[in-house]
Ligand binder design. Structure first.
Ligand code: AMP
Ligand code: GLY
Length: 457
């Protein structure tokens, strides 16, 4: 049907592509690549592992990388992804043909725009949105307004500047507790306050405006609290066509039973049983398509991963946030379930050929358990030697905050240290392997949650 009567721009593009391919039998462009992967976390370790498995890989650089990524390619510890000129120069001098950026900050800062304008590498393939696309993550106010413009379901909200404190309080009067307050800019996961009562909300307003979580004088978003269960959806797009990667659930709080402060993520599971076909159909119709069409209408050519943080409210999806990259630790469960060539997907994204990519996903369950440093997400010490067990079949130990000390030992180097991923036919099977492996990994101050996946059993 959609071949004859395309409903949307994407249907139209898909159908013309499909027809074109049928008659012209055009093959996807698949040339061997010299890849530069930016980042240094568990997400980048999982990405490096997946890229290293590709038959299309000529050479992989990871900048700066960590002790784990060195197993999959060449680390470039002195190359800082925040330094656009240094990245561009490295690309030129090392014959890099494809750049993929793991974290959000360089994208929000306009690294892609810088590289696109650089005459030294006109043919560079880039996976990651430009500054305009990354603004969906870079500004909560912008992303909420984008959703309002395109009728994408999200919590109702208003935005305020530091001079609007009275209006902000009046808006709080219209809402009921708990209150959700968000700093506008990037705040490394610390810019969201969920306030249980009005007094806490008033305090939170003061803290956000005073710059305690982000920059002083920034704008803030106050929004309705959504009651439900969260999941993370990753869309790989070339700006026109897209494919939806396996859905994952992240565990953000540091303590068992979702207690304690928010972290970058303490574990993840994929698939997510409640994200069934009906739910995902709603996600595609109400969220993914309107988002990609909205970007196109606004003249934004979004090439990269779009991470949609969703709340399932009684079966209906609402957007909690957009991120312009893959999630961490979700990537550590999403990529091990992808059986098709991941580098080929990156090439397809950067060359407008996603419609031709055949995504193959394993039906198995994957779980990742993040081992952290004592004290995380608050203060923690680094530099403790790590002892790893001999890798057993089917277990992946991705490095997150690790380094190699001067005397050649593997040591802790961050709050999140390692992510253990196991696959199984059930969540219990994957849990059993992860938790057994966690006891075999030794370092001072090892800490982890004991209930990852329990809520999905
Ligand atoms: P964000 O940085 O926007 O993803 O928010 C961080 C976390 O705060 C989310 O993962 C949710 O757990 C929670 N959160 C954010 N917005 C809301 C909301 N409107 N209702 C309920 N929880 C929320
Ligand atoms: N795990 C959530 C994130 O990557 O933002």
């Amino acid at each position: 049907m959609s071949l004859i009567y395309p409903n949307t721009k994407q249907d139209k593009k898909k159908s013309t592509d499909a027809e074109f391919m049928k008659y012209a039998k055009i093959e996807m462009v698949k040339a061997p690549q010299t890849v530069l992967l930016l980042g240094s976390g568990g997400r980048e370790c999982a990405m490096a592992a997946a890229i290293a498995e590709s038959k299309l890989l000529k050479k992989l650089y990871i900048a700066p990388g960590n002790a784990g990524t060195a197993a999959y390619g060449t680390n470039v510890p002195d190359l800082n992804p925040a330094k656009h000129e240094a990245v561009s120069q490295f690309i030129a001098t090392h014959g890099v043909t494809l750049l993929v950026c793991g974290p959000e900050a360089p994208l929000v800062d306009g690294l892609v725009d810088y590289l696109q304008e650089d005459a030294r590498h006109p043919d560079l393939l880039i996976v990651g949105p430009d500054k305009a696309g990354a603004h969906l993550e870079g500004s909560k106010e912008y992303s909420k307004e984008f959703m309002r413009r395109h009728s994408i379901p999200t919590a109702s909200y208003e935005t305020f500047g530091p001079q609007d404190i009275e209006e902000a309080e009046e808006f709080l009067d219209q809402l009921s507790a708990p209150f959700v307050l968000k700093a506008d800019g990037l705040a490394a996961g610390k810019g969201v306050l969920i306030c249980q009562d009005r007094e806490e909300a008033e305090q939170g307003l003061g803290q956000l405006f005073s710059g305690l979580y982000g920059s002083r004088g920034q704008r803030i978003v106050i929004e309705e609290f959504l009651e439900g269960i969260e999941c993370s959806v990753f869309v790989a797009t070339d700006g026109t066509d897209y494919c939806v990667l396996p859905v994952a659930k992240d565990y953000k709080r540091v303590g068992d039973g979702d207690t304690g402060p928010n972290t970058g993520g303490m574990g993840a599971v994929s698939p997510v049983p409640f994200a069934d076909e009906t739910f995902m159909q709603r996600v595609e119709e109400r969220i993914i398509r309107p988002t990609l069409e909205g970007l196109q209408e606004e003249g934004i050519q979004y090439v990269g991963f779009l991470f949609i943080g969703l709340m399932n409210v009684a079966g209906d999806p609402y957007v909690i946030e957009y991120n312009c990259r893959l999630g961490d630790p979700e990537t550590e469960v999403v990529l091990p379930r992808i059986e098709s060539d991941f580098l080929e997907l990156l090439i397809a994204m950067a060359t407008g050929q996603v419609a031709r990519y055949d995504l193959k996903v394993s039906p198995e369950v994957a779980m990742t358990l993040v081992l952290v440093s004592k004290g995380y997400p608050g203060h923690y010490d680094k530099g403790f030697p790590i002892q790893l067990p001999d890798p057993a079949e089917g277990i992946r130990i991705y490095h997150s905050g690790t380094a190699t000390s001067e005397d050649g030992h593997l040591v802790t180097n961050g709050g999140r240290v390692l992510a253990i991923t196991a696959r199984g036919t059930t969540i219990q099977e994957a849990q059993e392997v992860c938790y057994r492996t966690a006891t075999q990994i030794l370092y001072e101050g090892k800490n982890y949650r004991h209930d990852i996946g329990n809520d999905l059993l």
